[in-house]
Design a protein. Structure first.
Length: 169
């Protein structure tokens, strides 16, 4: 049977309890209370049970505490999933959306999410769900409200002549 890992002695059980009340991280607080119980003379098995862990996990946290102090009892930063579009690709997508579609090339008069989904697949080789394309546009600062489309064969002079104006009083 192995021997217990010695804990650093520059903190008392009361110091660890005070640190547990000050932290906003619940997991760190739980670990601090378990270590305080060990320093107060409780068995390692009972202290581990208080923290909702087994003895081996408590032993691992004792090593982290000895090396880094109370700040070492927090969970490490989780990087999360890697972005599927790089910052350059997102900037290019924003430029594409700003310029608007070309009827001859894109076959549409205004961008819809399904159209942008197709463009993203063709240009970047990344497949997104149509709903995520909307979230991506929101991240890029675009609103879901779009301007009324203009027919490519529309003549501006005819539209102005057709508008009804009020008589001057």
């Amino acid at each position: 049977m192995g021997s217990a890992v010695k804990m650093r002695t520059d903190y008392t059980a009361n110091d660890l309890r005070r640190a547990a009340t000050r932290t906003k991280d619940v997991r760190q607080s739980r670990r601090l209370l378990s270590l305080a119980a060990v320093l107060a003379g409780m068995s390692r098995e009972e202290a581990a049970r208080i923290g909702g862990m087994d003895r081996q996990t408590l032993r691992d946290w004792v090593h982290r505490f000895n090396q880094f102090g109370p700040d070492g009892l927090t969970d490490g930063h989780r990087a999360g999933r890697k972005q599927r579009l790089s910052a350059e690709q997102k900037a290019e997508l924003a430029r594409i959306v700003e310029q608007g579609p070309d009827l001859a090339v894109d076959g549409v008069v205004r961008w819809r999410r399904v159209d942008l989904k197709r463009v993203i697949e063709q240009r970047f080789g990344v497949t997104f769900h149509e709903r995520y394309v909307g979230k991506l546009l929101e991240q890029l600062g675009f609103s879901h409200v779009s301007a009324r489309p203009r027919h490519p064969a529309q003549d501006g002079e005819i539209v102005e002549a057709y508008k009804k104006t009020s008589r001057a009083r």
